[in-house]
Design a protein around this ligand. Sequence first.
Ligand SMILES: [Fe+2]
Length: 376
Amino acid sequence: MKRYIPVSRVEGTASRQAHCDLPEGTYEREMSKEGFFGPAAFFHHRHPPTGWVGFAGPLQPRAFDLAKLPAGPVSPWAAPEVLTNAHCRIRYWRTSGDMPRLARNADGDELLFVHSGQGDLFCDFGHLAIEAGDYVVLPRGTLWRTTASGSMDVLMIEATNSSYQLPDKGLVGNHAIFDPAMLDAPAIDAEFLAQQSDDAEWQVEVKRRNAVSLITYPFNPLDVVGWHGELSAVRINVRNLRPLMSHRYHLPPSAHTTFVANRFVVCTFAPRPFESDPGALKVPFFHNNDDYDEVLFYHAGDFFSRDNIHPGMVTFHPGGFTHGPHPKALARMFRQPKPATDEFAVMVDTRDALDVGAGAASVEWTGYVDSWKGRS
Ligand SMILES: [Fe+2]
């Protein structure tokens, strides 16, 4: 048996309600355990905790413009790596046209997030038309290929050695944010049956231990005529999410959790009204989030807490320093000119430190660490 050391106190000039009614002229910073679920302290600072004028050493806030990665390759397993650790592997794949070979990930479940474009997915479970904003979960071992009408950019997030599951939605119940009935599954339809062939040679690229092996068949092995069971590829589009919000409290990012895997979570920021209570914070609160590394991929909209960020970029905030709104956003801490956010972003929070992949490193925006400079 173990438990956190019990402390509960209010010291000095402080609010008693997190993210609300901050003492005049102060900036709130949260330090917490277990992401936003464990014991936490809320500090009221006289200056924004991101007001650094120098930042040297290996720990840095980093940003990468994945839209600048070259188009291709044809295989998803050759897609440039963005960020990786033992439990999570993030790649960015800029595909177009038809995949000439089939893919199978034997290392873990794969989550595809279609950032742009549209096409079709053919897999063991059948056919699914896919488009920008779709999350597609492919269970480990699924045989699949895509055909894209034009180019298609896909953020790939592998749950290495684990499975994607849904979060426990606690007080609001299983049908909030999105109803499990909103999950689409592939169909054994006419298009799926039409792509089957008995005489064309097909190859399967199997990824196991992050190395690719090639299996050749004298027929198309996507030859399922039917199936039953409790396991399937599933799809939900971000426009079908109904995010939680409170008019009186800025909810933590964990309220926007979409999928959970071993030692990381995937959250989605979708448009929602700003808080209306005069004392409630209307921008993300400064926080360290020391137990997690944070990755944010910007999909669409106007990113309300960040300057100089456009769709296709990804930011990486390792644990160890405070992050939060940029100065221009901070000026709107308690009053927003617009009634609602219009951003879509995918967040990956990992319990273990991530390494920057060669793909991301090649498109790094090295000035990101200085982007908080300037007084609010
Ligand atoms: Fe964060």
